[in-house]
Design a protein around this ligand. Structure first.
Ligand code: DOR
Ligand code: ZN
Length: 334
């Protein structure tokens, strides 16, 4: 059996820089026709020159493979209307991190005081620049995302013309918030559709499945699967593929991030097939919904997947992918 996906998009991707960029960027370009590129480099991408230079480094790392690059800026509450207007054509969204919540987020936001954020968020609303948010508080790790939902709601109410993307949602509370506010949307990863905390820490510790937000309970995963498999129009695929070197993952201070870019489409095909959901819904989840939500129009490309076993490599250079060494039932056709 074969299926064809038109213009698959990864609406949340970490490509890093230098050696790591050269390893991972071509792998995303092999599967995806477009991707939203996260800005959490060191230092974070926060000026027009940095956006332009980073895009150029990605293009050089990819070589021949074509992928539409949707660049982002690291949110700062000091961005003015004039600055955002001058950079609008170079970016697709702005990514907001709570300060210190995850990898390279130290320069993020603390407190979520509307008065402090309003100049920048009003400017983004006027200029129609979507806001992507890593929605976690610094509370107890399993509760962080659910505790952030009132902040999403406060922002959605205060800035009704701002498109707010709840990134990599992992809880039923976030799924419920989607239908309460017209301007809330979400990305969902493949790993959060497949695993729960048991897979990370229920047996022997699985560092390659450790990420932020941490995978949650079976009922949370069920809620995510329900909206993804039915292609709810406000959700879209975003891998949050977040490579770290093997020694940083297999360490007493394991870095957060699951590297899924080279296996994401294969796993999505398997998930939709095994749950009896249509491949039309997969097409919506992995492309059409994102095009509608973001209003992007990437060049049309077709990617073919076949139901042929694929053994996931042990590593791609210095990075270990999710499910390394395991065989999955779907492959990419070159
Ligand atoms: O697990 C994660 N890794 N979550 C994030 O939000 C950031 C990412 C990274 O950049 O490593
Ligand atoms: Zn991320």
């Amino acid at each position: 059996m074969q299926i064809k996906l038109t213009t698959p998009l990864d609406m949340h991707l970490h490509l890093r820089d230098e050696d790591m960029l050269k390893i991972v960027a071509p792998l995303s370009a092999k599967s995806f026709s477009g991707a939203i590129i996260m800005p959490n480099l060191v230092p974070p991408v926060s000026t027009k020159d940095e956006v332009i230079a980073y895009r150029q480094r990605i293009i050089e790392a990819i070589g021949d493979n074509k992928i539409e690059l949707y660049m982002t800026l690291f949110f700062k509450s000091t961005y003015t209307y004039e600055f955002l207007q001058s950079i609008k054509d170079e970016i697709t969204a702005i990514k907001l991190y709570p300060a210190g919540i995850t990898t390279n987020s130290e320069g993020g936001v603390s407190g979520f005081d509307i008065d402090e954020l309003k100049e920048t968020l009003n400017a983004m609303s006027k200029l129609n620049i979507p806001l992507c948010i890593h929605g976690e508080t610094n509370g107890f790790v399993m509760d962080r995302e659910a505790q952030f939902v009132p902040i999403y709601e406060k922002l959605a109410l205060a800035f009704p013309d701002l498109k707010i993307i709840m990134e990599h949602i992992t809880t039923k509370e976030s799924v419920e918030a989607l239908d309460k506010f017209d301007n809330l949307y979400a990305t969902i990863t493949i790993h959060h559709l497949l695993i729960t905390l048991d897979d990370v820490a229920g047996g022997m510790l699985a560092p390659h499945l450790f990420c932020k937000p941490i995978a949650k309970r079976p009922e949370d995963r069920d809620a995510l699967q329900k909206v993804a498999l039915s292609a709810h129009p406000k959700v879209m695929f975003g891998s949050d593929s977040a490579p770290h070197p093997q020694d940083a993952k297999e360490s007493s201070h394991c870095s957060a991030g699951v590297f899924t870019a080279p296996i994401a489409l294969q796993l999505l095909a398997r998930l939709f097939e095994t749950n009896g959901s249509s491949f039309d819904n997969l097409q919506k989840f992995v492309s059409d919904n994102a095009k509608n939500i973001y209003g992007v129009n990437p060049k049309e490309q077709t990617i073919t997947l076949s139901k042929t076993p694929f053994t996931v490599p042990q590593n791609y250079g210095k990075v270990v992918p999710m499910y390394a060494g395991e065989t999955i039932s779907w492959s990419l056709v070159d």
